[in-house]
Design a protein around this ligand. Structure first.
Ligand code: SF4
Length: 374
């Protein structure tokens, strides 16, 4: 299970605080070359870790930033380096896409990605309202998003996920409904819906009030979430994690493995990794948020680091991640007494497999419920 971070964007969206650098030109520039060379070095240095992780779950997720900015030869070189590290033949290979890049680069680009082995496409559409897209400083319009989706399908993409943002003060119920209706007409295999949060580092956080004016009141967010849940359920999508819905059998294997606490290797700046050693010790580590992240590893810079998890932290993580999913947590993670009490209060239910989960109608407030259980 491998993750590669592509830390480049053409421009920055107003709500985004992910680590990324601006890549203005079309051509492959020195920043991109330097990223690729370091990535190849990191792949060779971490070869043993990559082999173990790839054997456990052969998935690759290239995220960002904006991976669809990568010229195809750069992507080929990256895949070649992974092949040399014996990571090949991915059962699920996801690439994140920006609609503008797909619409602009056309069907030949998508066919080339398919030929390189990409078999899942995750596109950040966010909304089908032009005023909202403009306000969020997205690069695409609703028409370009439609064109991008059509391009993907016509070129042969059979597994597409689209992202949606809710919880914005500017997002009316009508606009949300129109966006959902537009998505359902496309019938993507997977939909992710994320609630807006304004973190420091993004443009909106610089506004008066730290961007709080951009966020819808909590009741409006709850109503929007419930609208999304109902609409997608009626359309046959399975709500398998708080923010994720899929047509039957189209759940994201890679993402689901994060929630199961499967070990993974994150490559590139700001990427996180998780290892479980044969003696049971568990370690989380992360690369520095800098274009020269490898130097940072050799001579640690602020931002790079690692943490060895205690038994208490392992239990907390299992609860926090598992209780965000329809699969829930295994019996025994909570004491019998607490589990019985929460079941009686209607805050937990037993799954057909005998596990415990929070009922879907309470997922919107699950953070508070989970905090109570830690
Ligand atoms: S949301 Fe995506 S495209 Fe926009 S700035 Fe963040 S990483 Fe870049």
């Amino acid at each position: 299970m491998l993750y590669v971070h592509v830390p480049f964007c053409r421009s920055f969206c107003a709500y985004c605080s992910f680590y990324s650098e601006r890549l203005p030109g079309e051509a492959e520039g020195p920043a991109l070359r330097s990223w690729l060379e370091q990535l190849k070095r990191e792949i060779s240095v971490r070869g043993a870790e990559i082999v173990v992780s790839h054997r456990a779950l052969p998935t690759l997720y290239i995220g960002g930033g904006t991976p669809s900015l990568l010229p195809l030869p750069v992507l080929e070189e990256l895949l070649q380096a992974l092949r040399e590290a014996r990571a090949d033949g991915f059962e699920e290979f996801t690439l994140e896409l920006n609609p503008e890049d797909v619409a602009g680069r056309g069907p030949d680009y998508v066919r080339s990605l398919l030929a390189l082995g990409v078999n899942r496409f995750s596109m950040g559409v966010q909304s089908l309202s032009d005023p909202l897209l403009l306000s969020m400083r997205r690069r695409h319009t609703a028409a370009r998003a439609r064109q991008a989706f059509r391009t993907l399908r016509e070129a042969g993409a059979e597994n597409i996920s689209v992202d949606l943002i809710f919880g914005l003060a500017e997002l009316s119920n009508d606009v949300l409904d129109q966006t959902l209706a537009g998505f359902l007409k496309w019938r993507p295999e997977h939909i992710s819906a994320y609630q807006l949060s304004v973190e420091s580092g993004c443009a909106w956080a610089e506004e008066q009030g730290g961007g709080s004016g951009r966020i819808a009141p909590e009741e409006q967010c709850a109503r929007q979430y419930s609208r999304i849940c109902t609409t997608l359920a009626e359309a046959g999508y399975r709500h398998y994690e708080i923010s994720n819905w899929a047509l039957p059998g189209r759940e994201a294997r890679h993402n689901a493995a994060y929630w199961n606490r499967t070990p993974y290797v994150g490559l590139g700046p700001a990427a996180h990794s998780f290892q479980i050693f044969p003696d049971g010790r568990q370690r989380r580590s992360w690369n520095a948020e800098a274009l020269r992240w490898l130097e940072a590893q050799e001579k640690p810079l602020p931002g790079a680091g690692e943490e060895w998890l205690t038994a208490g932290q392992i239990r907390e993580e299992s609860l926090m991640l598992g209780l965000r999913t329809a699969a829930g947590i295994e019996q025994g993670l909570l004491s019998g007494e607490i589990a019985a009490k929460k079941q009686k209060e209607g805050l937990l239910e037993t799954t057909p497999e005998g596990r415990q989960r929070i009922p879907e109608r309470l997922w919107f407030v699950s953070d508070g419920l989970i905090a109570d259980l830690l």
